[in-house]
Design a protein around this ligand. Structure first.
Ligand code: XMP
Length: 326
């Protein structure tokens, strides 16, 4: 069904107003009087897809937003707030306790990913089971996803990249992918046109398993809280830069280090800062951030977060490093 939406894209420069009109017409024709279910992750593609679908089929879109408790600071509320004035049925599932109890004592990154993926499917199935008569499934697949997974394979790539995925044997004619002809920058322009806040549409990539891949080793509520605070400070300081890196975030390492706070020696986990510049995330360069900026960030983190006394900056490019630490 990808071609159906890829074809509504005109040749030449992208015109968001024209695309919006054509997409609304195509979605209405495709879905008819039926209803659509969308898993909303809070990422750029899924939020723009939700806003577009809500406009095309007002009142007939159900969005399930699973808050697994591994989001960044305030993220869950921000996503929910952004959709207050859109005509859709927004279902937020606060499933932190459930995810964290399954992740207790798990340190292996692949195992963390597997558990989160499984639990996500369970929560999603439970919630979608409560909705009756919904036969279409929306997905924020974009053109690079289509290319990456080969012809007609768009569904796979989104599920591969993110937790969850499509139900087995899903009828692809019931898949609504209205962004499948667009590039990321065009999706952002369309999102603004649809009235979404700039901070949401300009968002940097964020892994489906969330902070689980950025708390190295065992995940606890306390560690997540420390990481959220450090990450928010780093992002706040960099958000206003004229030439922002492509992605920047904090990691809570599982290395403890000695420090001094007041007159006392402390023994606390080391925070790592990561900022990279890239076009495609397949390879990347570390961002040579000005020392002034790094100093300000570290000074804020160590003074505002009592449980942190040492911060390091990762200057590894990809390859050999990856963007995430896992
Ligand atoms: P790596 O660490 O493999 O990351 O160099 C490359 C890019 O992919 C993002 N990433 C993910 N994105 N679901 C996603 O949607 C995931 O599970 C996932 N894991 C990594 C990472 O943040 C970087 O932008």
């Amino acid at each position: 069904m990808n071609n159906y939406y890829e074809a509504i894209r005109s040749e030449g420069a992208f015109d968001a107003a024209e695309y919006e009109l054509k997409a609304i017409e195509a979605i209405s024709k495709h879905v008819g009087s039926d209803e659509v279910l969308l898993a909303l992750s809070g990422g750029v593609d899924s939020v723009v897809c939700a806003a577009l679908l809500a406009k095309a089929i007002p009142g007939k879109l159900h969005c399930i937003f699973v808050d697994h408790g591994l989001m960044r600071k305030n993220e869950g509320d921000e996503v929910e707030d952004a959709f207050r004035n859109h005509e859709l049925h927004f279902i937020r599932v606060n499933a932190e306790t459930r995810f964290l109890s399954r992740l207790a004592d798990v340190t292996d990154p692949e195992k963390k990913r597997k558990i989160i993926g499984e639990e996500f499917i369970r929560v999603f199935e439970e919630e979608s089971g409560k909705l009756k008569g919904v036969s279409f499934l929306g997905q924020g697949t974009i053109y690079p996803d289509v290319i990456e997974s080969g012809v007609n394979g768009s569904a796979n790539i989104k599920s591969h990249h993110n937790v969850g995925g499509l139900p087995k044997n899903f009828d692809s004619s019931k898949l609504v992918e209205p962004l499948s002809g667009l590039f990321k920058d065009e999706v952002r322009v369309l999102g603004k046109k649809l009235g979404l806040p700039a901070f949401l549409v300009n968002r940097q990539p964020f892994p489906g398993p969330g902070l689980a891949v950025r708390v190295i080793g065992e995940i606890t509520v306390k560690k997540l809280e420390t990481l959220r605070r450090a990450d928010a400070i780093f992002r706040e300081e960099l958000d206003g830069m004229q030439h922002r890196p492509s992605q920047y975030f904090a990691v809570l390492t599982n290395t403890q280090s000695v420090g001094i706070k007041g007159n006392k020696r402390t023994y606390q986990p080391v925070i790592a800062l990561r900022a990279v510049t890239t076009d495609d995330f397949m390879t990347c360069e570390y961002s040579p951030l000005p020392h002034k900026v790094l100093s300000r960030v570290v000074s804020r983190i160590t003074s505002e977060i009592p449980s942190v006394s040492r911060v390091v900056y990762d200057i590894t490019s990809k390859p050999p490093g990856t963007v995430e630490w896992e």
